[in-house]
Design a protein around this ligand. Structure first.
Ligand code: PXG
Length: 446
C-alpha cells in the first residue's frame, strides 16, 4: 500500500524532456500532481498541497471551476475544432467581444494565439506591420528591459532581459536594445507597494536609446507592468507614466506584457488600470482561460487594427500571421466561461480587498533568516533571499521551494527570490498558512 512508489515505478520518466526543469534532478525525485480542486493540488502520494502560485500564475479563479469544466466539455462535444483561417465559429467572436469589453477603455480588437510567448511574437509583428502600413517601415527596432521576461520564442527572448535564458542561444534577433532594470535594493528594499525611487530610470529611453537608434527606427517598447518571472519587480512610482510620455513624443508604440499581471493579479482586470497608464497593446494569456486550456491574446487600441487592415487592398489578407489554433473552440469556450466567473464573483475586487492582509502577512517575514527584501502588490509577493555564499545561484530558493512542498505548500522560486501568487479565491486562513509555512521553512534553510 505504498502509492507514491508504485506510481513513480509505473511511470517511465525517461522519454519526457521537461521544460525549465533540472531534468536529471527532477527525475531522481519527481514531484507529481494528480488532481486539483479549488485552492489545492493533490500530489501523487495523496497529500493536499496549498496552491500558493495559481499553478504557474494562471489559475486565478481556483482549480477545476465547474462552470469552466462544463463549458470545455460542451464545446468539445459540439465543435471540437474549426479552421482558423478564412472560416470562423461563434465562440471565438464571443470570446473576443468579452475580452475587449474586459480590457480598459479604448481597446478595440483582440487577436488570439495559444500562449504568452505567441502573444508577444504576435504583438511585435503587429507593431512592425502597423508602422509599415503607415509608411514608417524603418521602425524595426524593439526595446525591452533588463530582467524582462517575454516568453521563449525568438522575438520575446531577444527583447527579454534575463541573461541565463539567452546565453545558450547566442545572438537571437538583431536590432533590439534594453532599458536598465528598475530593481534596486539599496533604494527600495521593503517598500510597501510601488517603490518611491526610480521614476527617472525611464528617462534612459530618451537619453540613451532614442539618440542611439533614432526614434524613426524604433517600433515599440515592451515591458511587463511588474516583472513577474524575474522575481516580482514593481515599477517605481511614475515610471510607467514617463515611459508612456516618451513613447508618445516619439511615435513609439508601448506594449504592456500582462501575461502575469492580467486577470486580477493586482486587483484590476489589467495592471494598466491599476497604474492608470494605457499602453497601445496588451499581451495576455494564462488567466484568460483560468489556465484550463492554452490561449493567448493581443488586445490592441483603437486605430491599430484599422491602420493595418485599411492599408491592404480589399480582399487581401491584411496581416499575414496566425496559428492553426488561433481562437480554438475549446480555448474560446474556456475564456468566455472564465471571464464569466471573474465578473460574476467580482474576483478582482476581492483581490484588491485582500491585498492589505496579504501584504501584511508577507511583510511579517521581515527579519527571518536570509530575507533581504519583501515586495508586493495586489495578490503577489516577492521575498528575496541573500544567495548562499559559495553556492550556485538559487540554492536557497530551490531548498525553500522543496521544503515548502514537503510541508504541503506550493511556492515558486526564481533564483533566490520566492514568488507567491495564489488564486484570487484564497481565504485569510490560507494566506496565514502560506506565509506561516514559508517562515518556518526559512528558519531551516542553510
Ligand atoms: N510574458 C510574460 C510576462 C510571462 O510571464 C510569457 C510571456 C510567456 O508565456 P507562455 O505561456 O509562453 O509561457 C510569460 C510566462 C515563473 C513563470 O514562475 C513565468 C512564466 C511562465 C512559466 C513560469 O516565473 N511566464
Amino acid at each position: 500500500m505504498n502509492a507514491p512508489t508504485s506510481l513513480e515505478q509505473a511511470l517511465d520518466l525517461a522519454p519526457l524532456w521537461k521544460p525549465f526543469t533540472a531534468n536529471r534532478r527532477f527525475k531522481s525525485a519527481p514531484r507529481l500532481l494528480v488532481a486539483a480542486k479549488g485552492m489545492y493540488y493533490t500530489a501523487h502520494d495523496g497529500r493536499e498541497i496549498l496552491d500558493g502560485t495559481a499553478g504557474l500564475w494562471c489559475v486565478n479563479a481556483g482549480h477545476a471551476r465547474p462552470e469552466i469544466v462544463a463549458a470545455i466539455q460542451r464545446q468539445a462535444a459540439t465543435l471540437d475544432y474549426a479552421p482558423a483561417f478564412q472560416l470562423g465559429h461563434p465562440v471565438e467572436f464571443e470570446a473576443a467581444a468579452r475580452l475587449v469589453a474586459h480590457a480598459p477603455p479604448g481597446f478595440s480588437h483582440a487577436f488570439f494565439c495559444n500562449s504568452g510567448s505567441e502573444a508577444v511574437e504576435s504583438a511585435l509583428k503587429i507593431a512592425l506591420a502597423y508602422h509599415r502600413a503607415r509608411g514608417e517601415g524603418a521602425r524595426q527596432r524593439i526595446i525591452g528591459r533588463e530582467r524582462g521576461y517575454h516568453g521563449v520564442n525568438f522575438g520575446g527572448m531577444s527583447v527579454g532581459g534575463i541573461p541565463g535564458n539567452r546565453r545558450a542561444f547566442g545572438q537571437l534577433v538583431a536590432g533590439v536594445d534594453h532599458l536598465g532594470s528598475t530593481h534596486d535594493l539599496e533604494h527600495s528594499a521593503f517598500s510597501r507597494g510601488a517603490p518611491r525611487w526610480g521614476a527617472h530610470l525611464a528617462d534612459e529611453l530618451e537619453r540613451r536609446i532614442i539618440p542611439l537608434h533614432d526614434a524613426s527606427n524604433i517600433a515599440a517598447v515592451i515591458v511587463e507592468p511588474f516583472a513577474g518571472s524575474a522575481g516580482v519587480l514593481l515599477p517605481p512610482q511614475g515610471y510607467l507614466e514617463r515611459l508612456r510620455e516618451i513613447c508618445d513624443r516619439h511615435g513609439i508604440l508601448l506594449v504592456f506584457d500582462e501575461v502575469i499581471s492580467g486577470f486580477g493579479r493586482l486587483g484590476h482586470a489589467f495592471a494598466a488600470e491599476r497604474f492608470g497608464v494605457m499602453p497601445d497593446m496588451i499581451t495576455c494569456a494564462k488567466g484568460l482561460t483560468n489556465g484550463a486550456v492554452p490561449m493567448g491574446a493581443v488586445i490592441v487600441r483603437e486605430g491599430i487594427y484599422d491602420a493595418v487592415v485599411d492599408a491592404a487592398p480589399e480582399g487581401a489578407i491584411e496581416l499575414l500571421h496566425g496559428y492553426t489554433y488561433s481562437g480554438h473552440p475549446l480555448a474560446a469556450a474556456a475564456a468566455v466561461a472564465a471571464i464569466d466567473v471573474f465578473e460574476r464573483e467580482g474576483l478582482y475586487a476581492r483581490a484588491h480587498e485582500l491585498a492589505p492582509y496579504f501584504d501584511d502577512a508577507a511583510h511579517a517575514l521581515r527579519g527571518r533568516p536570509h530575507v533581504i527584501d519583501i515586495r508586493g502588490m495586489g495578490l503577489v509577493a516577492g521575498i528575496e533571499l541573500a544567495p548562499r555564499p559559495g553556492a550556485p545561484p538559487a540554492a536557497r530558493g530551490y531548498e525553500t521551494f522543496v521544503k515548502c512542498f514537503e510541508r504541503g505548500v506550493l511556492v515558486r522560486f526564481t533564483g533566490d527570490i520566492i514568488a507567491v501568487s495564489p488564486p484570487l479565491v484564497i481565504e485569510r486562513a490560507e494566506i496565514d498558512r502560506l506565509f506561516g509555512t514559508l517562515g518556518e521553512v526559512l528558519a531551516t534553510v542553510a
